[in-house]
Design a protein around this ligand. Structure first.
Ligand code: SAM
Ligand code: SF4
Length: 330
């Protein structure tokens, strides 16, 4: 079968699957503080529907999956889904992005089910700042979760830290030391306009170059990692003594759209060809109406063929999508 390729020649092998829009914390750059309208349970794809979708797209060259949300670990019996997906021939690796609150309870079961790549989101290395960003308690649980994940066998573990001007500057150096001491790669993500409150402004983005400068000055010079995957969103650097790695997802200052190899399935069964897409394809209704595999593949192909060259965050006419990050699946 021909690999899933868009009109710009970008081959798509990577699918992000959101398993829920629910979450046990309320990061201000993602969710509203309260009164969140979650999707009705009946609208969520079942594990069987997700599995069928992956089996349908795998022959198009999809071999990498990442589970996300909302908070994926609040979806009941998640290891069951991981095991179903790991059993699909041709799926080479399955990752997850989690806030880590429930990780201590689930790490071993998830690892045993076949999950290997683990990204834990953590924006601060102290409980007070954690609570300011997430509007909930839970810092210690995340740290326990990371420890439990290590003990379960996850390696590497990557930490995702959103970088927000006026909020997280003081976390940069502690995270640099954390990367050196724990061996976890810390990836700084530029704050993107996907917050439910639509309060994003370009001035609130703490740019990758500024963080590189701070780490180089305060800890040690950073040198780019040679031969890192050009299709991966993060640009990676090592400290010049070889101890500690950091990465930068510079979606705002250095968009990497021309290397994009991913598309998304939302928890309510919509395909999105980009985080910033204003359109989506309803695959749930196809899955629930007895549609054959070939027609579903055609819907996926049509969606990917409609993918734009890149997002327009840096342009005057940028329009923020209606769905905030927690509802798309980051
Ligand atoms: N709840 C899980 C978590 O936080 O890891 C998975 C879903 S979350 C939407 C996925 C990733 O998106 C997290 O690393 C989070 O920090 C990031 N994220 C959410 N909103 C963002 C925004 N406005 N800009 C940049 N990254 C964002
Ligand atoms: Fe929840 Fe993740 Fe959004 Fe934070 S970023 S509110 S943990 S979904």
């Amino acid at each position: 079968m021909t690999p899933l390729t868009d009109t710009f020649g970008r081959v798509h092998n990577n699918l992000r699957i959101s398993v829920t829009d629910r979450c046990n914390i309320r990061c201000f750059y993602c969710m509203p503080a309260d009164n969140v309208q979650f999707m009705a349970k009946a609208k969520l794809l079942s594990f069987e529907e997700i599995e069928r979708f992956v089996r349908i797209v795998q022959p198009m060259g999809i071999n990498k999956l990442r589970l996300t949300g909302g908070e994926p670990l609040v979806r009941r019996d998640l290891p069951t889904l991981v095991a179903k997906l790991a059993a699909i021939e041709g799926i080479k690796d399955i990752g997850i992005t989690t806030n880590g609150i429930l990780l201590a309870e689930q790490a071993q079961e998830l690892y045993d089910a076949g999950l290997r790549r683990l990204n834990v989101s953590l924006d601060a290395l102290n409980a007070e700042k954690f609570a300011e960003v997430t509007r909930r308690e839970g810092y210690e649980k995340v740290i326990e979760g990371i420890q439990a994940a290590k003990a379960a066998g996850f390696d590497p573990i990557k930490i995702n830290a959103v970088s927000i001007r006026g909020v997280t500057e003081e976390e940069i150096v502690p995270f640099g030391h954390f990367a050196r001491e724990t061996g976890c790669e810390v990836r700084f993500i530029e704050y993107m306009p996907l917050d439910a409150d639509a309060a994003w402004e370009r001035d609130k983005v703490l740019f990758a170059d500024e963080i590189i400068e701070t780490l180089s000055k305060e800890i040690r010079p950073l040198i780019p990692v040679p031969n890192s995957d050009p299709r991966a969103p993060a640009t990676e650097y090592d400290f010049n003594d070889g101890i500690g790695r950091v990465g930068f997802i510079a979606s705002v200052s250095k968009p990497f759209c021309m290397n994009c190899n991913r598309f998304r399935l939302t928890a309510d069964g919509k395909i999105r060809n980009c985080l910033f897409s204003l359109e989506e394809t309803d695959v749930r209704s196809l899955l629930r109406s007895g549609t054959d595999d070939e027609t579903i593949r055609q819907a996926v192909l049509d969606s990917v063929m409609a993918k734009e060259a890149g997002h327009e965050i840096n342009m005057a006419g940028f329009v923020q999508p209606d769905r905030p990050m927690y509802s798309i699946g980051g």
